[in-house]
Design a binder for this molecule. Structure first.
Ligand SMILES: NC(=O)c1ccc[n+]([C@@H]2O[C@H](COP(=O)([O-])OP(=O)(O)OC[C@H]3O[C@@H](n4cnc5c(N)ncnc54)[C@H](OP(=O)(O)O)[C@@H]3O)[C@@H](O)[C@H]2O)c1
Length: 430
């Protein structure tokens, strides 16, 4: 097909796990992509840190350079796949300033600097695409930005980090403790040499900030996302949860709260085994959306991986290239609702509390009175035997506020009939 348009020049920054697959697919599928877009997509340069680094795909050596600026300035569309804040931010701004549209998979950058970058793109009439920044191959950014743009979203709950889902899943299916499951995840390549960003919930918090800002049309700085990782999740907690009919998942939860603002939080959560998110095993991701008219929707698939993430990048590329030909303004990010991102204390939810208590008469009544004294209603109590003549109580509450629950935990810790508050975990999806 002879196109009426000159080729669209694509510059790639980074050729690691994702970048090398993007370059490979761009070259392999060149003629099909040209038909879909209506113009040829020409990969004109690939900027990397070290020309000698080993690549996951065989790519033409002449495309490679360490001069990122020359790639940026010679492109109509720049794809940023180096990760981190700097130099990614400087280069994205340089690309936008030069008149290029930008595609990125960089959740850390979008979560930390999104408002600044979107404002710049808006001012320049350029577009910043980031479908791959949340949940890899799963289309979730475009559904939130476009498909659900006419609805009111009340809540988004996601398993958005494959490493932590793999670890929790292995703990559940094999009985392994956290360290064993992390070692397995590292050996299989699911966890990086430094797993902090995943296991401490930083990666999921960046994604929660992005999801919340899109779902609620508001700016949500990543520092406002409540974050707890999975390092303190124990094999005992997972077993207790399983016996009670729950799975433990690291969820990113973004919701409107009664006071009128929003809360975004990331923490280990109990969800009933029959909830669709409980069926998300291994390193898979899923995002569960509750919207006023559409009801409940779930988006499921691979949250990472070179070719999988490259699929989302190429989807953005086709959109960007079509817009390049058709012209017109970009899809500006709407933050008009301006809901305040509130601390986790504004959330009302259920809790499961596991306590080691002294096994003597009257203790149960005393514990119950601590809950009642702070207005927290108890739904069920299960008692089992703990070591050292103690009893283990697993208490499920009705919906309670974080503030009241914090007061209950403080009172329990000060109570001489309580040996240990072994676990406090929020419960969602009931
Ligand atoms: N991997 C996934 O499954 C996945 C999924 C979703 C989103 N993402 C996001 O996609 C982005 C890329 O991830 P990745 O896994 O492909 O990363 P990666 O494998 O570490 O690759 C990074 C690439 O960037 C290049 N680079 C790094 N710093 C540079 C610098 N200062 N100047 C020039 N080039 C530089 C590296 O060059 P050398 O090769 O020469 O070192 C490498 O080619 C990240 O934002 C990540 O969060 C990744």
């Amino acid at each position: 097909m002879q196109s009426a348009y000159r080729p669209i020049r694509i510059g790639l920054l980074g050729a690691g796990s994702v970048g090398s697959q993007v370059a490979k697919l761009l070259i392999e599928n060149q003629s099909e992509l040209a038909k879909r877009v209506g113009a040829e997509l020409s990969l004109t340069g690939i900027a990397v840190r070290d020309l000698k680094s080993k690549r996951d795909a065989e790519l033409p050596a002449e495309l490679f350079t360490t001069d990122a600026e020359s790639v940026i300035l010679g492109s109509d569309i720049v794809i940023e796949l180096i990760g981190g804040i700097e130099p990614a931010k400087t280069w994205v701004m340089q690309a936008l300033n030069s008149g290029a549209d930008v595609i990125t998979a960089n959740k850390a950058l979008i979560a930390a600097c999104g408002p600044e970058l979107f404002a710049l793109a808006d001012q320049l009439g350029a577009q910043l695409y980031f479908e791959a920044a949340v949940a890899g191959a799963i289309p979730i950014i475009r559904p939130l930005r476009e498909s659900l743009a006419g609805d009111r979203i009340d809540r988004v709950m996601g398993i958005v980090n494959g490493t932590t889902n793999f670890i929790l899943d292995r703990m559940e299916s094999t009985g392994a403790d956290f360290d064993e499951a992390l070692a397995e995840a590292t050996a299989l390549g699911y966890a990086e040499a430094d797993p902090t960003a995943d296991i401490e919930g930083f990666d999921a918090a960046s994604k929660a900030a992005i999801l919340a800002s899109l779902a609620f049309h508001s700016e949500v700085p990543v520092e406002k996302v409540h974050r707890e990782g999975i390092t303190s999740v124990t094999a005992m907690q997972i077993e207790t949860a399983k016996q009670a009919g729950y799975a433990v998942k690291l969820l990113a939860i973004c919701e409107r709260v009664e006071s009128g603002g929003l809360v975004a939080r990331v923490h280990p959560t109990l969800i009933p085994l029959e909830h669709p998110l409980a069926a998300v095993r291994g390193a898979y991701n899923a995002v569960f959306v509750e919207a006023q008219s559409a009801g409940r929707l779930m988006f499921y698939g691979a949250g990472a991986g070179g070719p999988e993430t490259a699929s989302a990048i190429l989807g953005d590329l086709v959109s960007a290239a079509k817009r390049h030909l058709a012209g017109g303004p970009g899809l500006a990010d709407s933050t008009h609702a301006n809901l305040e991102a509130l601390p986790v204390q504004f959330v009302n939810t259920r809790f499961q509390i596991t306590l080691e208590v002294r096994d003597k008469a009257g203790v149960l009544a005393k514990i119950a009175s601590v809950f009642a004294g702070h207005g927290v209603s108890v739904e069920t109590v299960q008692q089992s035997v703990a070591p050292n003549n103690a009893a283990l109580l697993t208490i499920m509450t009705h919906v309670a506020s974080e503030r009241d629950l914090e007061a209950v935990v403080a009172a329990l810790e000060a109570d001489d009939s309580v040996v240990l508050v072994a676990s406090v975990i929020r419960v969602e999806g009931l």
